[in-house]
Design a protein around this ligand. Sequence first.
Ligand code: UD1
Ligand code: UDP
Length: 385
Amino acid sequence: MNPKKIAIVFGTRPDTIKMAPLILEFQNYPEYFKVITIATAQHRQMLDQVLDVFKIKPDYDLDIMSSKQTLATLTARIITGIDEILEIEKPDMVLVQGDTSTTCIASLAAFYRQIPVGHVEAGLRTNDKANPFPEEINRRITGCITDLHFAPTETARQALLKENTDPKNIFVTGNTVVDALKYSVVDNFQFTIPELTKIVDQKKKIILVTMHRRENWGKPMEGACKAVKRLAEKHPDFAVVFPVHLNPIVREVVYPILKDLPNVHLIEPLDYLDFVNLMAKSYMILTDSGGVQEEGPHFGVPILVLRYVTERPDAIDFGTVKLVGLDEETIYSTALQLIEDKAEYTKMSNAVNPYGDGLSSLRSIKIIMNYFGFTNETVEEFHPR
Ligand code: UD1
Ligand code: UDP
């Protein structure tokens, strides 16, 4: 039997974290698959942090990141770079993950060469093309091209069905983000950054903050930072830890508002292990991140989502996540309530994860084996408990 060649493409922090478990799982099936890994390096330092943690050495690295890159230059560099590799490698399938420019443009490059595409984390939709921007459209374009849709949840499957996607090409697998957590969270974790160990050792309750979304740049992000500032001033007994995204446009907003507060720690992006283990120790999380919304429920840490809409409604339905928007007053009062109203806090601290059970990569690989006719197994789909 000739193994099929699978090209796995990634480029930013989140798509690499979510592809890593799949890359590792593929190593158990060398008789069926030869995997080649392609990093666009749409992110540089934040990508390298993830590659180090999962010990992945990409076969190709396009190294395309530039400071304050535009969507158009990103697109041009990704499509030409990926196309050259597809020309050399001629893979039997290209796998992409999520909603970044890397995802969308790599799927387009594969389509132009008539190579089948598998989309990991398919079917997330807000149906609002401005939110998240440009990710909603990136997902829809990728969805049009995709041959195998790995939908993390039933909600995602339903969204794909509404767009007339052929039901036999959709599989509810759970999200590989939960598989990644299996490799990552340990009791008595020793943080690699001394500053973080010091903060945790203070024994103050921790409010973890992350922000980076393009639609939140400028005023909305400013409002959220002002809310965090008021919270920190009102509650010096809490420590705010904010690993600030490397995007200079984000840093230009965050630092002036938050840099001089004694209990606000603006730190560099954490490596994935430090970050998820810090999540596990946090009292609450304020974030506009997609991935963090999916990880938080695993730990039973209440999350306030700094967005007006989300393509991840499941944890809201489960009660562990609240969508608070970007209005300063709303963020401040909702967070304050979680600090001061114990009943409200307890209501939100449920450790259930509607996004996965840690078996998403395995399911996806079995589906790909069926696709190529290696097997004809029924693959049991993911159902949250
Ligand atoms: C990108 C994705 C977004 C994802 C986010 C995760 C697109 C259009 N956006 O957004 O979907 O949620 O990554 O973080 O695909 N930078 C560095 N070093 C790094 C990473 C970024 O310096 O390691 C700076 C660079 O100046 C770069 C800028 O951040 O130009 C923006 O990076 P980019 O990938 O274009 O957008 P993000 O906002 O990070
Ligand atoms: N993350 C990390 N270090 C940090 C902040 C986040 O490793 O300092 C991880 C986090 O655990 C999650 C992912 O990065 O898996 C989310 O990435 P990001 O918020 O940049 O992108 P999004 O998920 O919004 O696309």
